[in-house]
Design a protein around this ligand. Structure first.
Ligand code: ZN
Length: 186
């Protein structure tokens, strides 16, 4: 059986489980206060929050890109997420705490692109001369800089909580690099 065939078999098992347990979230709720967490992480197949952090269905919005980095494209999507809430008359986390988790990891494939400065500069939408500041070779440093990048976006609510986590692909342990704190102090 191909990998794809296997996926379809597992989906049938999943659907059978869902129908026996009762569908947990059959439609997107009218409002977004249920969104309590946004996890920004790498597309790497070893770093799926459903496994690594045990994130359950409907528990968090997960956005993944190469490196789990804050890029203009990702910021645009955070804005769209907020807009989906505005259309429903809510903001994510409305009435409660909203937590953004930046989850990057060791041995990230983005480090193999370090020599391709034109590609990375385009990804981050910065001049190649500023690439060094993105510290693609050092996840801890990259996490700190991406947390700072989100803090600098004043359009995001100051009360949103942000934290930064480095996942070690060899030990399976998630290390808190930036402890949870509001985006900005009032
Ligand atoms: Zn990665």
């Amino acid at each position: 059986m191909s990998a794809f065939d296997n996926m379809l078999v597992r989906n049938k098992e999943f659907a059978a489980h869902v129908s026996s347990e009762g569908t947990p979230m059959p439609s997107l709720p009218e409002s977004l206060p249920y969104v309590k967490s946004l996890i920004i992480t790498c597309a790497d197949m070893r770093v799926d929050p459903a496994h690594v952090l045990g994130v359950d269905l409907g528990e968090a919005v997960v956005m993944r890109n190469i490196g789990g980095r804050i890029t203009p494209g990702l910021i645009e999507q955070i804005g769209m997420l907020g807009r989906i809430g505005q259309v429903a008359g809510e903001t994510p986390g409305g009435g409660g705490e909203f937590h953004i988790v930046i989850l990057q990891h060791t041995d990230c494939g983005i480090t193999r692109l370090a020599g391709d400065s034109a590609l990375l500069a385009n990804y981050f939408q910065i001049p190649e001369t500023e690439l060094e500041a993105k510290t693609v070779l050092d996840p801890r440093s990259a996490i700190a800089m991406d947390v700072a990048a989100l803090r600098a976006i004043t359009a995001l609510p100051a009360s949103w909580i942000i934290s930064g986590v480095n996942y070690d692909v060899t030990t399976g342990l998630a290390e808190v690099v930036v402890p949870p704190a509001p985006l900005r102090t009032a």
